[in-house]
Design a binder for this molecule. Structure first.
Ligand code: NAP
Length: 331
């Protein structure tokens, strides 16, 4: 297969290019050359998608394209240049209008499309709406296509540092010994799901190879967050004592949800965000997505983190977590 990866030098799209090259496909990764090198065995073509799509690249002809863009004009230009390739478009569960609703694809569930480009830094809300527009451009413009809407993508190389907080925290708990108190968010029964970047990438290449059509939530199985964190602890060899703090206790301690400064990553206040980590993985699993155990993702993420001095980790610092723990009643 001749595969064009639009991207190919960062987290997910790089994993896609690497996976396809390892399988012996002829892979071209087109990007600006800003985010890093493309994987071994992949040909790099310099492309700024703000510019017209290069005729020479279109003339090369591709069996499939994997695109991770969030910018409608970029997708519009690329699809109209390569309409006959099988398109695998990486969207997001942020296309869904209601974060409390775990429902998957369905009429009336999506945000209104935002077909004009909007600066994501100025309007973060536009991300999901632009992805809706990008999905529509792909479906309308490509002869065949698959649209994949991932939830939280995790694993080695994650530039967001969200899931990485947990292997990092649990790695420290392992080093300090069994029984270390570790702050955990919400209720251990709260639904959670993640997808390892390597498994998602493998599946995206499968969808390209098989010319699979359709729209899927690209998510791993739903399990209680208590099970996810216990699996992460097993993966890194930690035996913590979990200290669960509910939404009110966390808010009172000025802990913030999900990501960023003073956040406890993976914490999603309920019921406002009950749907976000609870999408049905069934259709993706039936179409070949094969998620690895969270133990493996956590172990490999910690190994990557410790080997990568500039790796990103978000969330509470050790000192902030210790202060929060002193204010939370431990039974
Ligand atoms: N992380 C998550 O948990 C999550 C959850 C749901 C969905 N998603 C989706 O998953 C995908 C992640 O893709 P990703 O990890 O590869 O990261 P990304 O940040 O979406 O894309 C980065 C790639 O695009 C290239 N690129 C960016 N702007 C470009 C431009 N103007 N012209 C040409 N190339 C450009 C970058 O290379 P250069 O900078 O070198 O140009 C890089 O190779 C996205 O579609 C995202 O929306 C992510």
């Amino acid at each position: 297969m001749r595969l064009l990866v639009l991207g190919g030098s960062a987290f997910l799209s790089r994993a896609v290019a690497a996976d396809a090259a390892t399988r012996g496909h002829e892979v071209v990764a087109a990007n600006r050359g800003r985010s890093g090198p493309v994987p071994d065995g992949v040909r790099h073509v310099r492309l700024d998608r703000a510019d017209p799509f290069p005729e020479a690249l279109a003339a090369e002809g591709f069996d499939a394209v994997v695109d991770v863009s969030r910018t409608p004009s970029h997708v519009r230009r690329a699809v109209s240049a390569l309409p006959d390739a099988h398109w695998v478009f990486v969207s997001t569960i942020n296309v869904y209008a209601d974060d409390a609703d775990p429902g998957g694809p369905g009429v009336g569930r999506l945000r209104a499309p935002q077909a004009d480009d909007v600066d994501g830094a100025e309007d973060p809300e536009a991300y999901g709406a632009m992805k809706v527009a990008c999905e529509e451009l792909v479906r309308a413009g490509a002869v065949t296509s698959a649209v994949v809407r991932p939830g939280l993508i995790v694993g080695p190389g994650d530039p967001s540092g969200r899931f990485t907080y947990w292997p990092a925290r649990l790695g420290r708990a392992r080093d300090t010994g069994a029984g270390t108190d570790v702050l955990a968010p919400g209720d251990p029964a709260d639904p959670m799901q993640v997808i390892d970047v390597r498994d998602l990438a493998t599946w995206l290449v499968d969808l390209a190879e098989r010319r699979t059509e359709g729209t899927f939530d690209g998510v791993g199985p739903v399990a209680p967050i208590g099970e996810h964190l216990a699996a992460a602890a097993r993966g890194v060899g930690a035996e913590p004592r979990w200290v669960w703090a509910d939404d009110d206790a966390l808010a009172a301690a000025d802990v913030r949800p999900w990501s960023g400064e003073r956040s406890l990553p993976l914490w999603l206040p309920r019921p406002e965000y009950s749907g976000m980590p609870a999408h049905d993985a069934g259709p993706a699993l039936a179409a070949g997505l094969a998620p690895r155990p969270v133990e493996d993702t956590a172990r490999d993420t910690l190994a990557w983190l410790r080997a990568t001095p500039d790796a990103e980790v978000t969330g509470l610092t050790a000192a902030e977590e210790a202060t929060v723990l002193t204010h939370i009643a431990v039974p």
